[in-house]
Ligand binder design. Structure first.
Ligand SMILES: Nc1nc2c(ncn2[C@@H]2O[C@H](COP(=O)(O)OP(=O)(O)O)[C@@H](O)[C@H]2O)c(=O)[nH]1
Ligand SMILES: [Mg+2]
Length: 278
Protein backbone atom coordinates (compact mmCIF):
# COMPACT_ATOMS: atom_id res chain seq x y z
CA UNK A 1 0.00 0.00 0.00
CA UNK A 2 1.56 3.30 -1.00
CA UNK A 3 1.16 6.25 1.33
CA UNK A 4 2.48 9.69 0.54
CA UNK A 5 4.53 9.91 3.71
CA UNK A 6 8.23 9.44 3.32
CA UNK A 7 10.42 8.10 6.10
CA UNK A 8 12.24 11.46 6.17
CA UNK A 9 9.02 13.27 7.02
CA UNK A 10 8.17 10.73 9.65
CA UNK A 11 11.50 11.02 11.37
CA UNK A 12 11.21 14.81 11.37
CA UNK A 13 7.62 14.79 12.64
CA UNK A 14 8.50 12.40 15.43
CA UNK A 15 11.53 14.42 16.46
CA UNK A 16 9.47 17.60 16.49
CA UNK A 17 6.83 16.03 18.69
CA UNK A 18 9.47 14.64 21.03
CA UNK A 19 11.03 18.09 21.38
CA UNK A 20 7.80 20.06 21.69
CA UNK A 21 6.16 17.72 24.13
CA UNK A 22 8.83 18.65 26.66
CA UNK A 23 7.46 22.18 26.75
CA UNK A 24 3.88 21.34 27.72
CA UNK A 25 1.84 19.90 30.56
CA UNK A 26 -0.92 18.43 28.44
CA UNK A 27 -1.09 16.78 25.02
CA UNK A 28 -4.45 17.22 23.33
CA UNK A 29 -4.80 14.51 20.71
CA UNK A 30 -7.41 15.35 18.09
CA UNK A 31 -9.28 12.46 16.52
CA UNK A 32 -12.05 12.40 13.94
CA UNK A 33 -15.33 11.75 15.75
CA UNK A 34 -16.43 9.61 12.77
CA UNK A 35 -13.55 7.16 13.17
CA UNK A 36 -11.52 8.04 16.28
CA UNK A 37 -9.81 4.69 16.60
CA UNK A 38 -8.77 4.57 12.96
CA UNK A 39 -6.84 7.83 12.99
CA UNK A 40 -4.52 6.96 15.85
CA UNK A 41 -0.82 6.26 15.75
CA UNK A 42 -0.03 4.42 18.95
CA UNK A 43 3.69 4.86 18.48
CA UNK A 44 3.37 8.65 18.57
CA UNK A 45 0.76 8.51 21.31
CA UNK A 46 3.30 6.68 23.43
CA UNK A 47 5.48 9.78 23.21
CA UNK A 48 2.49 11.96 24.13
CA UNK A 49 1.84 9.88 27.24
CA UNK A 50 4.90 11.35 28.88
CA UNK A 51 2.39 14.13 29.55
CA UNK A 52 -1.25 14.25 30.55
CA UNK A 53 -3.24 13.18 27.50
CA UNK A 54 -6.70 14.37 26.52
CA UNK A 55 -8.53 12.90 23.55
CA UNK A 56 -10.75 15.28 21.61
CA UNK A 57 -13.23 13.88 19.13
CA UNK A 58 -13.48 16.67 16.57
CA UNK A 59 -16.12 17.15 13.84
CA UNK A 60 -18.94 15.83 16.00
CA UNK A 61 -21.33 17.63 13.64
CA UNK A 62 -20.49 15.03 10.98
CA UNK A 63 -20.93 11.96 13.21
CA UNK A 64 -23.86 10.21 14.83
CA UNK A 65 -24.26 11.55 18.35
CA UNK A 66 -24.96 8.12 19.84
CA UNK A 67 -21.83 6.66 18.26
CA UNK A 68 -19.74 9.60 19.49
CA UNK A 69 -21.04 9.04 23.02
CA UNK A 70 -20.13 5.36 22.75
CA UNK A 71 -16.62 6.14 21.45
CA UNK A 72 -16.08 8.60 24.31
CA UNK A 73 -17.22 5.93 26.75
CA UNK A 74 -14.66 3.53 25.34
CA UNK A 75 -11.85 6.01 25.95
CA UNK A 76 -13.09 6.68 29.46
CA UNK A 77 -13.27 2.95 30.19
CA UNK A 78 -9.60 2.77 29.33
CA UNK A 79 -8.96 5.47 31.91
CA UNK A 80 -8.54 8.37 29.48
CA UNK A 81 -10.17 11.76 29.35
CA UNK A 82 -12.23 12.38 26.22
CA UNK A 83 -14.53 15.13 24.99
CA UNK A 84 -16.21 16.01 21.71
CA UNK A 85 -16.35 19.26 19.77
CA UNK A 86 -17.61 20.76 16.55
CA UNK A 87 -14.80 23.23 15.92
CA UNK A 88 -16.73 25.05 13.20
CA UNK A 89 -19.70 26.06 15.33
CA UNK A 90 -17.86 25.83 18.64
CA UNK A 91 -20.39 23.41 20.09
CA UNK A 92 -18.61 21.51 22.84
CA UNK A 93 -15.87 24.09 23.42
CA UNK A 94 -16.99 24.75 26.98
CA UNK A 95 -16.70 21.08 27.84
CA UNK A 96 -13.28 20.95 26.20
CA UNK A 97 -12.00 23.88 28.27
CA UNK A 98 -13.44 22.33 31.41
CA UNK A 99 -11.75 19.01 30.68
CA UNK A 100 -8.44 20.81 30.17
CA UNK A 101 -8.81 22.71 33.43
CA UNK A 102 -9.62 19.49 35.29
CA UNK A 103 -6.62 17.75 33.77
CA UNK A 104 -4.35 20.61 34.82
CA UNK A 105 -5.57 20.61 38.42
CA UNK A 106 -2.99 18.07 39.69
CA UNK A 107 -0.20 20.02 37.96
CA UNK A 108 -1.37 23.25 39.60
CA UNK A 109 -1.55 21.58 43.01
CA UNK A 110 1.96 20.26 42.58
CA UNK A 111 3.23 23.78 41.84
CA UNK A 112 1.50 25.13 44.93
CA UNK A 113 2.89 22.31 47.02
CA UNK A 114 6.38 23.28 45.91
CA UNK A 115 5.64 26.88 46.83
CA UNK A 116 5.59 28.00 43.21
CA UNK A 117 3.23 30.36 41.48
CA UNK A 118 0.68 28.51 39.33
CA UNK A 119 1.29 29.40 35.70
CA UNK A 120 -1.16 28.80 32.85
CA UNK A 121 -1.50 25.24 31.56
CA UNK A 122 0.66 24.67 28.50
CA UNK A 123 -0.82 22.52 25.81
CA UNK A 124 0.17 21.00 22.53
CA UNK A 125 -2.47 20.00 20.00
CA UNK A 126 -1.59 16.89 18.03
CA UNK A 127 -3.23 15.01 15.22
CA UNK A 128 -3.11 13.60 11.70
CA UNK A 129 -3.49 15.86 8.64
CA UNK A 130 -6.91 17.47 8.11
CA UNK A 131 -8.18 16.40 11.48
CA UNK A 132 -8.93 20.05 12.27
CA UNK A 133 -5.96 21.17 14.37
CA UNK A 134 -5.94 24.74 13.04
CA UNK A 135 -9.72 25.04 13.13
CA UNK A 136 -9.81 23.71 16.70
CA UNK A 137 -7.23 26.24 17.85
CA UNK A 138 -9.03 29.11 16.13
CA UNK A 139 -12.29 27.97 17.63
CA UNK A 140 -10.98 28.01 21.19
CA UNK A 141 -9.04 31.20 20.73
CA UNK A 142 -11.91 32.96 18.99
CA UNK A 143 -11.57 36.71 19.08
CA UNK A 144 -9.30 36.62 22.05
CA UNK A 145 -6.30 35.74 19.95
CA UNK A 146 -3.24 36.87 21.81
CA UNK A 147 0.19 35.56 21.15
CA UNK A 148 2.07 35.74 24.38
CA UNK A 149 5.42 35.80 22.67
CA UNK A 150 8.51 33.67 22.90
CA UNK A 151 9.76 32.93 26.35
CA UNK A 152 13.53 32.92 26.11
CA UNK A 153 15.34 30.02 27.61
CA UNK A 154 12.40 27.79 28.22
CA UNK A 155 10.54 27.79 24.96
CA UNK A 156 13.26 28.24 22.39
CA UNK A 157 11.23 30.56 20.20
CA UNK A 158 7.88 28.83 20.53
CA UNK A 159 4.86 31.06 20.36
CA UNK A 160 2.03 30.56 22.79
CA UNK A 161 -1.57 31.43 22.23
CA UNK A 162 -3.43 32.39 25.36
CA UNK A 163 -6.96 31.07 25.79
CA UNK A 164 -8.59 32.44 28.91
CA UNK A 165 -6.20 33.40 31.69
CA UNK A 166 -5.12 29.94 32.56
CA UNK A 167 -4.55 28.05 29.29
CA UNK A 168 -1.85 28.47 26.66
CA UNK A 169 -1.58 26.57 23.41
CA UNK A 170 1.60 26.07 21.46
CA UNK A 171 0.86 27.80 18.16
CA UNK A 172 2.30 25.00 16.03
CA UNK A 173 0.31 21.79 16.34
CA UNK A 174 2.08 18.45 16.34
CA UNK A 175 1.62 16.66 13.06
CA UNK A 176 1.07 12.96 13.42
CA UNK A 177 0.77 10.53 10.56
CA UNK A 178 -1.78 7.78 10.67
CA UNK A 179 -0.58 4.23 10.92
CA UNK A 180 -2.47 1.98 8.56
CA UNK A 181 -3.02 -1.54 9.73
CA UNK A 182 -5.37 -2.94 7.13
CA UNK A 183 -7.12 -2.11 3.89
CA UNK A 184 -10.41 -1.07 5.47
CA UNK A 185 -8.73 1.34 7.88
CA UNK A 186 -6.88 2.82 4.91
CA UNK A 187 -10.14 3.32 3.04
CA UNK A 188 -11.71 5.00 6.07
CA UNK A 189 -8.79 7.40 6.31
CA UNK A 190 -8.97 8.10 2.58
CA UNK A 191 -12.70 8.75 2.88
CA UNK A 192 -12.07 11.20 5.71
CA UNK A 193 -9.35 12.89 3.63
CA UNK A 194 -6.66 11.99 6.14
CA UNK A 195 -4.46 10.10 3.71
CA UNK A 196 -3.64 11.99 0.55
CA UNK A 197 -4.86 11.64 -3.00
CA UNK A 198 -1.81 9.69 -4.10
CA UNK A 199 -2.57 6.85 -1.75
CA UNK A 200 -5.93 5.76 -3.14
CA UNK A 201 -7.99 6.01 -6.28
CA UNK A 202 -11.13 8.12 -5.82
CA UNK A 203 -13.00 5.33 -7.57
CA UNK A 204 -12.08 2.73 -4.92
CA UNK A 205 -12.86 5.14 -2.08
CA UNK A 206 -16.23 6.03 -3.64
CA UNK A 207 -17.12 2.33 -3.92
CA UNK A 208 -16.21 1.93 -0.25
CA UNK A 209 -18.44 4.88 0.62
CA UNK A 210 -21.37 3.32 -1.25
CA UNK A 211 -20.76 0.03 0.55
CA UNK A 212 -20.78 1.78 3.93
CA UNK A 213 -23.98 3.68 3.12
CA UNK A 214 -25.70 0.42 2.18
CA UNK A 215 -24.29 -1.60 5.12
CA UNK A 216 -25.46 1.05 7.55
CA UNK A 217 -28.85 1.34 5.83
CA UNK A 218 -28.45 5.08 5.41
CA UNK A 219 -31.20 6.46 3.17
CA UNK A 220 -29.09 8.93 1.22
CA UNK A 221 -28.71 6.78 -1.92
CA UNK A 222 -32.45 6.46 -2.28
CA UNK A 223 -33.33 9.96 -1.18
CA UNK A 224 -30.62 12.04 -2.81
CA UNK A 225 -29.88 9.98 -5.91
CA UNK A 226 -33.34 8.44 -6.33
CA UNK A 227 -31.86 4.95 -6.57
CA UNK A 228 -34.44 2.19 -6.25
CA UNK A 229 -32.40 -0.95 -6.75
CA UNK A 230 -29.43 -1.41 -4.43
CA UNK A 231 -29.23 -5.16 -4.95
CA UNK A 232 -26.48 -4.92 -7.51
CA UNK A 233 -22.71 -4.62 -7.61
CA UNK A 234 -21.25 -1.41 -6.12
CA UNK A 235 -19.84 -0.49 -9.55
CA UNK A 236 -23.34 -0.62 -11.03
CA UNK A 237 -24.69 1.58 -8.24
CA UNK A 238 -21.93 4.12 -8.87
CA UNK A 239 -22.90 4.06 -12.56
CA UNK A 240 -26.53 4.71 -11.60
CA UNK A 241 -25.41 7.76 -9.64
CA UNK A 242 -23.42 8.93 -12.69
CA UNK A 243 -26.53 8.69 -14.84
CA UNK A 244 -28.65 10.43 -12.20
CA UNK A 245 -26.12 13.23 -12.06
CA UNK A 246 -25.69 13.41 -15.83
CA UNK A 247 -22.01 12.57 -15.56
CA UNK A 248 -21.65 10.98 -18.98
CA UNK A 249 -18.71 10.44 -21.31
CA UNK A 250 -18.93 11.27 -25.02
CA UNK A 251 -20.33 7.89 -25.98
CA UNK A 252 -22.98 8.12 -23.26
CA UNK A 253 -21.08 5.85 -20.89
CA UNK A 254 -21.20 6.84 -17.19
CA UNK A 255 -18.24 8.98 -16.16
CA UNK A 256 -17.33 7.09 -13.00
CA UNK A 257 -14.20 9.13 -12.33
CA UNK A 258 -16.11 12.42 -12.14
CA UNK A 259 -18.91 10.90 -10.08
CA UNK A 260 -16.41 9.43 -7.63
CA UNK A 261 -14.72 12.81 -7.17
CA UNK A 262 -18.00 14.67 -6.68
CA UNK A 263 -19.38 12.02 -4.33
CA UNK A 264 -16.31 12.19 -2.10
CA UNK A 265 -16.37 15.97 -2.12
CA UNK A 266 -20.00 15.98 -1.03
CA UNK A 267 -19.36 13.40 1.64
CA UNK A 268 -16.41 15.33 3.06
CA UNK A 269 -18.47 18.52 3.13
CA UNK A 270 -21.13 16.73 5.14
CA UNK A 271 -23.65 16.91 2.31
CA UNK A 272 -24.42 13.19 2.45
CA UNK A 273 -25.33 13.38 6.12
CA UNK A 274 -23.72 12.17 9.29
CA UNK A 275 -21.78 8.93 9.55
CA UNK A 276 -19.77 6.96 12.09
CA UNK A 277 -17.29 4.43 10.77
CA UNK A 278 -15.44 2.75 13.63
N1 LIG B 1 -17.67 19.98 9.76
C1 LIG B 1 -16.52 20.22 10.42
N2 LIG B 1 -15.40 20.51 9.70
C2 LIG B 1 -14.27 20.76 10.38
C3 LIG B 1 -14.21 20.76 11.79
N3 LIG B 1 -12.94 21.05 12.16
C4 LIG B 1 -12.24 21.24 11.01
N4 LIG B 1 -13.03 21.06 9.94
C5 LIG B 1 -12.64 21.15 8.52
O1 LIG B 1 -11.64 20.16 8.27
C6 LIG B 1 -10.69 20.62 7.32
C7 LIG B 1 -9.29 20.53 7.89
O2 LIG B 1 -9.18 21.42 8.99
P1 LIG B 1 -7.77 22.04 9.44
O3 LIG B 1 -8.02 22.83 10.68
O4 LIG B 1 -7.12 22.72 8.32
O5 LIG B 1 -6.98 20.70 9.78
P2 LIG B 1 -5.44 20.51 10.19
O6 LIG B 1 -4.75 20.01 8.97
O7 LIG B 1 -5.44 19.45 11.24
O8 LIG B 1 -4.94 21.83 10.69
C8 LIG B 1 -11.11 22.06 6.99
O9 LIG B 1 -11.86 22.02 5.80
C9 LIG B 1 -11.98 22.46 8.17
O10 LIG B 1 -12.93 23.42 7.81
C10 LIG B 1 -15.42 20.43 12.52
O11 LIG B 1 -15.48 20.38 13.75
N5 LIG B 1 -16.54 20.18 11.77
MG1 LIG C 1 -3.40 23.11 10.04
Amino acid sequence: MSINWFPGHMVKARREIEENIKLVDIAVILLDARAPFSCRNMELEKIARRKTVIYILNKTDLAFSAATREYKRRFKNEGYTAAGIDSISGKGSKEVLQVIQNAYQPHAEEMLRKGRRVRPARIMVMGVPNIGKSTFLNCLVGQKIAKTGAKPGITRGKQWIRVKDDIEFMDTPGLMWPKIGDEEQGLKLALLNIVGENAYQDYDVALYLIKVLIDKSLPVLQEKFKLKDLEKPLEAILADISRHRGHLLKGGEPDLETTSKVLLQEFRNGKLGRISLD
